[in-house]
Design a protein around this ligand. Structure first.
Ligand code: PGA
Length: 249
């Protein structure tokens, strides 16, 4: 497993078609080759459809490939699903699991746990996402929700297992235009709660933050103690400003 000082993961979601994804990957590879970004680990997670083409472009570069989701079975009659084995074959080293946009579509803690285990079986690095919704925050449930999501997602995971856990407050995702973004102080409190909780059971995890991170806000979010990197959606879709974001970390 790769060692990294900092990690930045680009989540391209369903924002581009294959052609656009290929064009962005080409630009990113070129720009990153020209800029000194030290030992920072950069991961790009395109849509399933664009994975194999983007994989070819990233292969000779320093950028790693990730998937936005996976199924947990190795093969079989599972219409519409993609197995961790296939993702590995295509060159994925990372897989996002339990993103809030998937939880909102009905993914349960139990399913997320199965996917977590399946990704580990293929020796890829899972990026497990947790985060409270606005309603949960308003009703004072944030901590309870996060701890439940963590405890259920990590069932059966061994103590020294390597994984990434992303804290992404749902109400702070893609909200930079509306100004509804978590403060560094509040994010720090949640990250510290998560760290204390995870440290009781695990020795080898990295904590990252996600939610409206852009090339400006990353400077402040980087001050959160214990944060090893970022999961970036919207601000990862333009090569030039994404590279600036990387350089600002
Ligand atoms: P955002 O998305 O950076 O656009 O808020 C982050 C995410 O959903 O992972």
């Amino acid at each position: 497993m790769k060692k990294f000082s900092k990690i930045i993961i680009a989540n391209w979601k369903m924002q581009m078609d294959s052609e656009e994804s290929i064009a962005l990957a080409v630009k990113l590879v070129k720009l990153l080759a020209k800029n000194n970004i030290g030992k920072k680990e950069i991961v790009v997670c395109p849509s399933f459809l664009a994975l194999s083409e983007v994989a070819k472009i990233l292969k000779p570069s320093r950028i790693s490939l990730g998937a936005q989701d996976t199924f947990y079975q190795e093969e079989g009659a599972f219409t519409g699903e993609v197995s961790p084995e296939n993702l590995k074959e295509i060159g994925c080293q990372y897989v996002i699991v339990g993103h809030s946009e998937r939880r909102a579509m009905g993914e349960t803690d139990k399913l997320i746990n199965k996917k977590f285990l399946a990704v580990l079986k293929e020796k890829m690095l899972p990026i497990i996402c947790v985060g409270e919704t606005l309603a949960e925050r308003k009703s004072g449930q944030s901590e309870k929700v996060i701890l439940r999501q963590i405890n259920k997602a990590t069932l059966g995971i061994s103590k020294n297992q390597n994984f990434i856990l992303a804290y992404e407050p749902v109400w702070s995702i893609s909200t930079s235009n509306s100004g509804q973004v978590i403060s560094v102080l509040e994010a720090s409190k949640m990250i510290s709660l998560i760290k204390i909780n995870l440290s009781k059971k695990f020795t080898n995890f990295s904590l990252i933050y996600g939610g409206s991170v852009d090339k400006k806000s990353i400077v402040n979010f980087a001050k959160i103690k214990g944060v090893k990197g970022f999961l970036v959606g919207g601000a990862s879709l333009k090569a030039k400003s994404f590279v600036e974001l990387i350089k600002n970390l």
